[in-house]
Design a protein around this ligand. Structure first.
Ligand code: CTP
Ligand code: CA
Length: 220
């Protein structure tokens, strides 16, 4: 019911989001992952829905229920997330990358469970594609929103990231503060500068991000 009273700032828009962690298998029973509850991404998916958008959520493994009215595509690894996003992005007006994507995957992944032996296994890593940078670099790129989780030098690192990935809007937060919590304190970075928000429940952070991005969205 709450959503009923929210301004339909994204009416008629197609929004694609990534959320949650990715999981990169080492063998049949083990893997490498990032710490991410998915709460911020799911809150943003709901906020976009409440703002009148048609929402597709590409989600890594989380324990969260699929928001009502949102189309969810479940993925496990960064490669799967990348593939799902590229398949969907063509008809999207807005892309919001909230997922904590593993930067590396296991190169020498074993199909069967590794057994304890004489030597400690060596895990070889190779870099995963940067989903956000890929989408932002497409010829007909949607309006892209990124997140930056930093553990130090928040504003400097985040603004550098925004420029490197060429995204018009980046949401910066301190990883230690955001991870798993129900509240978050973020700074919105755009071409006009830094816009800090107070500590708010993730639900309200999400609505503030939607209001900000809707105001920046080019008229089509
Ligand atoms: N991202 C992505 N694909 C990746 C890595 C990151 O789409 N392979 C997105 C995240 O969803 C987030 C933004 O890029 O919106 C920034 O992610 P982050 O991990 O903070 O930045 P990185 O560029 O990976 O740099 P680093 O981890 O070294 O800080
Ligand atoms: Ca990263």
């Amino acid at each position: 019911l709450e959503g009923f009273f929210i301004e339909k700032r994204l009416a008629g828009k197609q929004v694609l989001l990534t959320a949650g962690p990715t999981f990169e298998p080492i063998d049949a029973v083990r893997g490498i992952t990032n710490v991410s509850s998915g709460k911020m991404g799911y809150a943003l998916a709901r906020a976009c829905r409440d703002a009148g958008a048609e929402v597709t959520l590409v989600s890594g493994p989380t324990s969260l229920p699929c928001p009502v009215g949102v189309r969810r595509l479940d993925v496990v690894s960064a490669a799967e997330m990348h593939q799902a996003v590229l398949q969907e992005v063509g008809r999207s007006d807005v892309f919001i990358a909230v997922a904590a994507v593993a930067d590396y995957r296991v190169k020498n992944r074993s199909e069967h469970k590794l057994k304890k032996g004489d030597s400690v296994p060596v895990i070889e890593l190779e870099e995963n594609p940067d989903i956000l940078a890929t989408v932002a670099g497409l010829p007909a790129a949607p309006f892209c929103v990124g997140f930056a989780a930093e553990s130090q030098n928040l504003l400097e690192f985040a603004e550098t990231k925004r420029r490197r990935k060429k995204v018009p809007l980046l949401v910066a937060n301190l990883a230690q503060q955001a991870m798993g919590a129900d509240h978050n304190e973020v700074v919105l970075l755009d071409d006009a500068g830094a816009h800090p928000l107070p500590v708010l429940p993730k639900e309200q952070v999400a609505h503030a991000i939607v209001a900000h991005l809707a105001a920046l969205l080019p008229q089509r």
